[in-house]
Design a protein around this ligand. Structure first.
Ligand code: CTP
Length: 400
């Protein structure tokens, strides 16, 4: 979670500039506010429009706008940022940084930055091994610049060796570390279910629902960045966990999700059941594709799936916390209260499909947390990353 963190990304002219687009996406997704400065060579590799679209901010490339003379203050940018990350950092930029050369906006901003500066070197193997580059990197390190080590592998030149830019995930993890999010969940193992389940009808069809997993994945990232070891049991979604503290178990059906959760829960301090589990599954999946038989109606017999949350609620130990979700379309509060009791949740996160901007597929959610003692905490409509933080804060109170 990088909520509210201000990150300035400097992009210099290297082929790995395309990977910086992914890094920016990760930062924005984690809640950071991102601005970018590009050198003129960088613009040859990735378009300012791409970067502006991803950062949702204009990109700074020159000291001033030649059209209207508007001044782009490197001093302001340097004061604004909580962290200045230069990725990729070419051998040329690293050399200039080491020797105080400031011949473009990106470099003047380095000189005036009050925040920590990080570089992700990217260059060919021979440039990287060159003693001048080695020395320049050492100079930067000795002045407190954080170096996201280059990786080994195939390089754009066709050579193989050390010099390729660290992967966006790795740089992201180092940024999180630098911005030192409070590790208040350290030592806690948390199980999270997310996404929909798919219940197989035949080899080409299934019963499922609209869940995208966004809320569950946001909770997983939030808790992991706050130090928890997270086991994320996920149905099929188009998301990938980023934080290294998340162990992903991919499942498809409710039965598979049940098995994974029953195995994992005894080793966990808490479980958060955010998955939209199918309540029914076809009685038997047809081994071959079901063909049209010309009849007007087709009947599929469904049988109940195991209730995962209810099972964990039954086996829950005195020191374990179980958190449920309820997505309702009517009688929200009453239904949530019933689920809270019947499944032995410690608290339940209620969201209503009647709220605009909340529910399946949105990046925002509006939830009310209902506790066992009847205490209810309504929250505003906000990004799912922030909702995740609110849920984590409630959970932390019970784990203490
Ligand atoms: N849940 C579960 N296993 C199931 C069904 C639900 O773990 N087989 C969990 C969900 O992840 C959620 C909570 O139970 O945390 C409530 O889910 P929901 O679908 O709202 O409730 P149901 O019990 O299925 O009731 P209904 O669909 O009738 O509202």
């Amino acid at each position: 979670m990088l909520d509210g963190k201000k990150i300035l990304v400097g992009i210099t002219g290297g082929i790995s500039a395309y990977k910086t687009a992914s890094l920016i996406r990760l930062l924005v997704k984690a809640g950071a506010e991102v601005k970018a400065v590009m050198s003129s060579a960088a613009k040859e590799f990735v378009s300012p429009l791409t970067i502006a679209t991803l950062t949702k901010n204009p990109v700074y490339t020159d000291f001033f706008n030649p059209e209207n003379g508007e001044w782009h203050s490197h001093v302001k940018l340097g004061i604004w940022a909580d962290l200045y990350v230069i990725a990729p950092a070419t051998a040329n930029t690293i050399a200039k940084m080491a020797h105080g050369i400031a011949d473009n906006l990106l470099l003047t901003t380095v000189l005036s930055a009050r925040c920590k500066v990080m570089v992700a070197p990217a260059m060919d193997v021979d440039m990287f091994q060159n003693p001048i580059t080695r020395q320049n990197i050492d100079i930067l390190r000795s002045r407190g610049v954080v170096v996201a080590e280059a990786a080994e592998g195939e390089l754009a030149s066709g050579l193989t060796g050390k010099g390729r830019m660290a992967e966006p995930d790795d740089i992201f993890a180092q940024i999180e570390q630098q911005l030192a999010v409070v590790q208040d969940f350290s030592g806690k193992n948390i199980l999270i279910t997310a996404g929909p389940t798919r219940e197989k009808i035949d080899p080409v069809r299934f019963v499922s629902n609209y869940s995208t997993g966004k809320m569950g994945y946001a909770i997983a990232e939030c808790l992991a960045s706050r130090g928890a070891q997270v086991v994320l049991v996920s149905g099929p979604v188009g998301l990938k966990p980023v934080n290294k503290n998340i162990r992903l178990i991919q499942v498809e059906s409710a039965a598979q999700m049940y098995k994974a959760c029953v195995e994992e829960f005894p080793h966990c301090h808490a479980a958060i059941m955010s998955a939209a589990v199918a309540d029914y599954t076809p009685k038997a999946a047809a081994p071959e594709k079901i063909k049209k038989n010309g009849e007007k109606e087709f009947t599929l017999t469904l049988v109940p799936t195991p209730d995962i949350a209810a099972e964990l609620g039954k086996t829950k130990g005195a020191n374990q916390v179980l958190v449920g979700f309820a997505l309702e379309t009517e009688n929200e509060a009453l239904n949530a209260q019933k689920k809270l009791e019947s499944k032995n949740f410690d608290f339940i996160v209620l969201n209503s499909l009647n709220d605009k901007g909340a529910g399946f597929g949105y990046d925002t959610n509006r939830v009310t947390i209902v506790h066992r003692n009847g205490k209810t905490c309504p929250f505003e409509l906000k990004p799912k990353t922030e909702v995740a933080n609110d849920i984590a804060n409630e959970l932390l109170q019970l784990l203490k």
